[in-house]
Design a protein around this ligand. Structure first.
Ligand code: FMN
Length: 302
C-alpha cells in the first residue's frame, strides 16, 4: 500500500497536490471543482482589502514553453470573497487563503478575516512580479517581511505560509527570516519576471509590458530554490513551478518539498491533473520501491 498523504505542520493533506493561487479559484464553484478533481488542498486567488480591477488585456499569453501573465491581482476584495470561502466550510480539504497587502497592519487585518471566514491557513503573497507596491518590494526586504509575519502571527491562530519569489538574490536569507519570524511553511516559487515582444508591431505582447512566466520552463528554477531553502530551514516547504507530471512532483520532493502546488498544468492537462499526477506519483513510487512520501522528501541531500 502506497501512502501519499502528507503534513504541513498542523495541516493534514490527503495527497500532496495543491491548487496554486490564481488558477481556477475565482469562486466557490471553481474551487469545489478542483477538490472534486482530486486536489489535496486549495489556495485561493490572492485577495486584498479592497476590490481591484487588474490590468487591461492582454493579460495572459501562451508562449512556446510556458505561460506569461500580468493579471494585476484582480479580485473582489476580502469582504465579498469571504462569502466564497464560507461556502467551502464543510469541505474536508484544507482551504488556504492567499492575501496580498502593502504593509504589516493590512496583512494582519486580511489574515484575521480569512480566519473568520473559515480558511484553514493563510498564504502571504509577497512575491508577485508585476503588482507595484504589493509584491517583490515586500518580499525581498527581510526587516519588513519579519515585521509582517510577526504582526500576522499575533492575532491569528492559523498556520501561516509565505510565498517567495525566484526574482531575488537573497532567497536563502529571506527563507531564514521567514522561519525566524515564526511562519509555518514556505511556498516556492511565484512566477519568474519575464517579457515577450510581438515582432510585427514591435510592441510588448502584454499590456503591462512585463509579467510572470510559469509552466514547464520554470521547473528547474523552482527545484533549485526549494533545494537551497531546504538546506537552510526546518519548516515545511511547498514546491511550485512547472509541475505537470508525477515525475515533476517527485523531483520537487527529492529537492526537499513536502507538498506541491499545480497552476499552469491545470490549463495543459485539465482539472483532472490532480488525480492523474497522484496516480503517476504512486506508480513511480511502486516501481522504485518507495512506500511513503517521507522516504522521498529531501532524498537528493547528501
Ligand atoms: C494566470 C495566473 C495567475 C496567477 N495569480 C496568482 C495570484 O493571484 N497569487 C499568487 O501568489 N500567485 C499567482 N500565480 C502564480 C502561481 O500560483 C504559481 O506560483 C506559478 O504560476 C508557478 O506555478 P505553475 O508553473 O504550476 O503555474 C498566478 C499564475 C498564473 C499563471
Amino acid at each position: 500500500m502506497i501512502d501519499i498523504s502528507t503534513t504541513l505542520g498542523p495541516l493534514r493533506l490527503r495527497n500532496p497536490t495543491m491548487l496554486a493561487s490564481g488558477i481556477m479559484d475565482e469562486d466557490a464553484g471553481s474551487m469545489q471543482r478542483m477538490i472534486d478533481c482530486g486536489a489535496g488542498a486549495i489556495v485561493t486567488k490572492s485577495i486584498g482589502i479592497k476590490s481591484r480591477e487588474g490590468y487591461a488585456n492582454p493579460t495572459v499569453i501562451e508562449l512556446d514553453h510556458g505561460i506569461l501573465n500580468a493579471m494585476g491581482l484582480p479580485n473582489p476584495g476580502i469582504e465579498q470573497y469571504g462569502e466564497e470561502i464560507k461556502k467551502l466550510k464543510r469541505t474536508k480539504v484544507p482551504i488556504i487563503g492567499s492575501i496580498y497587502a502593502a504593509d504589516a497592519d493590512e496583512f494582519a487585518s486580511l489574515a484575521k478575516k480569512m480566519q473568520r471566514f473559515g480558511a484553514n491557513a493563510v498564504e502571504l503573497n509577497v512575491s508577485c512580479p508585476h503588482a507595484k507596491h504589493y509584491g517583490l518590494e515586500v518580499g525581498c526586504d527581510p526587516d519588513l517581511l519579519h515585521d509582517i509575519i510577526k504582526k500576522v502571527k499575533g492575532p491569528v491562530s492559523l498556520p501561516v505560509l509565505v510565498k517567495v519569489s525566484p526574482n531575488i538574490m537573497n532567497i536563502v536569507e529571506i527563507a531564514q527570516t521567514i522561519e525566524k519570524a515564526g511562519a509555518d511553511g514556505i511556498v516556492a516559487i511565484n512566477t519568474v519576471k519575464a517579457m515577450a515582444i510581438d515582432l510585427q508591431t514591435a510592441r510588448p505582447l502584454l499590456a503591462n509590458k512585463t509579467g510572470g512566466y510559469s509552466g514547464k520552463a520554470i521547473k528547474p528554477i523552482g527545484v533549485r530554490c526549494v533545494y537551497d531553502i531546504a538546506q537552510a530551514v526546518d519548516i515545511p516547504i511547498i514546491g511550485v513551478g512547472g509541475i505537470t507530471t508525477g515525475e515533476d512532483a517527485i523531483e520537487y520532493f527529492m529537492a526537499g518539498a513536502s507538498a506541491v502546488q499545480i497552476g499552469s498544468a491545470v490549463y495543459y492537462r485539465g482539472p483532472e491533473v490532480f488525480t492523474v499526477v497522484c496516480q503517476e506519483i504512486k506508480t513511480w513510487m511502486k516501481n522504485h520501491g518507495y512506500r511513503t512520501l517521507n522516504e522521498l522528501i529531501g532524498a537528493s541531500f547528501q
